[in-house]
Design a protein around this ligand. Structure first.
Ligand SMILES: NC(=O)c1ccc[n+]([C@@H]2O[C@H](COP(=O)([O-])OP(=O)(O)OC[C@H]3O[C@@H](n4cnc5c(N)ncnc54)[C@H](OP(=O)(O)O)[C@@H]3O)[C@@H](O)[C@H]2O)c1
Length: 283
């Protein structure tokens, strides 16, 4: 049964890798979606509560992207709790929270710190815990290395089942618009775990370019990022996250895409082909 058909759906992180895909899918299906962020069509700033009321006004559901992995001082125990209270007061019924599939801290932070707050909010919640996005290679932190033809990351030969943001967005949309997903936690991965070397080889094949992967140390990676202006704390967080891959902590597959959608997730090879077709990595 389709729910929340006549109320707008507020999409936080609406300009980001998953949020923009959630917005596009909702609109394609005839829902009203508010693409919200600091620079989004709807202004929403986690650091400015004055922006929250208008964003929430009349909304029936929320896709929540928080700031747990951003290089800023931000406490979900304050911000997410306050946001959820305002959402309940505004009449929001359901909320889908994006977190990450990791139980370990990175950069001294938990990347699942909003989960308990959302669970206790009184909203019908769904939690998504994706692993590393394939889109990091063409829209995110790995893009510069791919464009330079030389990706240096401290992943060693660790296996990572990269998940496509299209799959994350499909699960998010299902949970926001259909029954049967309330109270569920979906861990989301792609269909196979591969090394960074294999991922780079797939992109090289799809683009016809020569691109190589070099396994560097945690310290070399942090130095590389800081040299191009990345804040040190954020560089440490990223290096810790990639270190989890190097240590084999991410290698296992999860079945959240299959459970939520009843289909297999997109493979890395399909992702690379789709990205090229959409214009990624053009020189
Ligand atoms: N990247 C991955 O591989 C990965 C994997 C698993 C989980 N995740 C999780 O996904 C979440 C987002 O990561 P991402 O890689 O998808 O990032 P992203 O594509 O850069 O998206 C981040 C979004 O947050 C918005 N934003 C940033 N600061 C904000 C603020 N102060 N107030 C309101 N909105 C703000 C940004 O828009 P504006 O700049 O316009 O504000 C953007 O829409 C994180 O919680 C991360 O832990 C990421």
């Amino acid at each position: 049964m389709v729910m929340t058909t006549n109320k707008p759906i507020l999409v936080l992180g609406g300009t980001g890798k998953t949020g923009k895909r959630v917005v596009a899918r909702l609109r394609d299906r005839g829902f009203t979606a508010r693409a919200a962020s600091r620079n989004g069509e709807t202004t929403f700033d986690w650091h400015d509560e004055g922006t929250w009321g208008a964003a929430l006004d009349g909304a029936g559901a929320v896709y929540m992207v928080d700031l747990v992995d951003e290089p800023v001082e931000w406490d979900p125990a304050v911000s997410v709790r306050s946001f959820c209270e305002q959402a309940v007061a505004a009449g929001v019924e359901r909320l889908t929270l994006l977190q990450a599939r990791t139980d370990e801290e990175a950069g001294g932070k938990s990347l699942t710190g909003s989960e308990d707050i959302v669970r206790a909010s009184g909203l019908q919640w769904t939690i998504l815990r994706p692993t590393w996005f394939t889109q990091n290679f063409d829209e995110g932190v790995l893009l510069d290395g791919i464009m330079a033809g030389h990706l240096r990351v401290p992943a060693g030969d660790g296996l990572e089942p990269f998940v496509d943001c299209a799959d994350v967005a499909d699960v998010a949309v299902a949970s926001l618009t259909r029954d049967g997903h309330a109270g569920r936690l979906y861990e989301l991965t792609g269909p196979e775990a591969i090394t960074f070397g294999q991922a780079v080889a797939e992109i090289a094949r799809a683009t016809g370019r020569e691109i190589r992967y070099e396994a560097v140390t945690h310290e070399q990676y942090v130095d590389d990022l800081v040299a191009v202006g990345t804040p040190g704390e954020y560089a440490e967080l990223l290096a810790d996250l990639i270190g989890q891959i190097r240590k084999g902590k991410n290698a296992h597959l999860s079945d959240g895409v299959q459970r939520a959608l009843g289909r297999e997730p997109i493979s890395f090879a399909e992702y690379a082909e789709n990205a090229v077709a959409e214009g990624a990595w053009r020189v």
